[in-house]
Write a protein that binds this ligand. Sequence first.
Ligand SMILES: [Ca+2]
Length: 299
Amino acid sequence: MGRNGLRAVVSLLAGLGVAGLLADPGSPSGAYPESYPVATATASGYPSSAARKVYLASALRNVGFSGAVAYPVATATTAPQATATSVPTATPARCLDVQWLLNPSFESGGSPWSITHATPERPTLSNLHSSHGSWSFYTGGRNNLYQRTIQTVTAPNNATSASLWFNKKMFSLDITTVAVDFLVVGVLDQNGSAINYAALSNTGNRGGWVTYKVPITNLAAHLGRQMDVVIAAETDASLTSWWYVDEVYLVFDCASTDARPAADAPAGDTPMDRADAQARLTGKGRQASAAVTPAPGPH
Ligand SMILES: [Ca+2]
């Protein structure tokens, strides 16, 4: 990259308000996944500038994330002025427009994701399936399983909207018509109550990446307070199901980045009332394992 290109990138980062977070970008070998499912449903093409901002903010918070800045750098080089100048006008001052989770794509090992329950064994990281990068989070795959993995954050004080986004790919040996194996992904408030969640099961899409959006409801009550982002899997006694989860983004943002079409991001694919979801997200009454982080595995 020439000096002008570098200057353009710095300008872009300054416009995004994230220049201070800029870390070693790592190897530029990665690229934004062509198969990202939202792409096919966005009439104006994908990724949008808003989506790129989310991705860039995510990348900058994910130290050691290989190739994390490859896509934003390429964009800034080809149209630096337009990209950099459009950001401030499109972003109201109170909008933080940032992705809040660390290691959201599981490219930096398991930390700081923490396992609080893992029966019969702890979940792992997988390099067989990923919607971005090389790695994803793997859970399920055994009968009579309950696994709970969390990342705890403190919400910013001044956001106007927020949503949890994630991608999942599910495989199952079980029937397609009745939900018996579950993956619940959601956010608990500082009291351990479910703010919102997506309930998925063996009846959902098999073998493809699907993007889910979980709006953080009643956000004002949670600003400046602790939140737990939880991935909880539970299977019954036979014919197991297993899930790969990737690109888990907790985005505090403006309406612009929260406006990806709801049709692209169903709240879930199986009915589950709040009490059932709460029980799975908190793991109440279930045996806890030692606090460990997911580790690379054979899955
Ligand atoms: Ca990944």
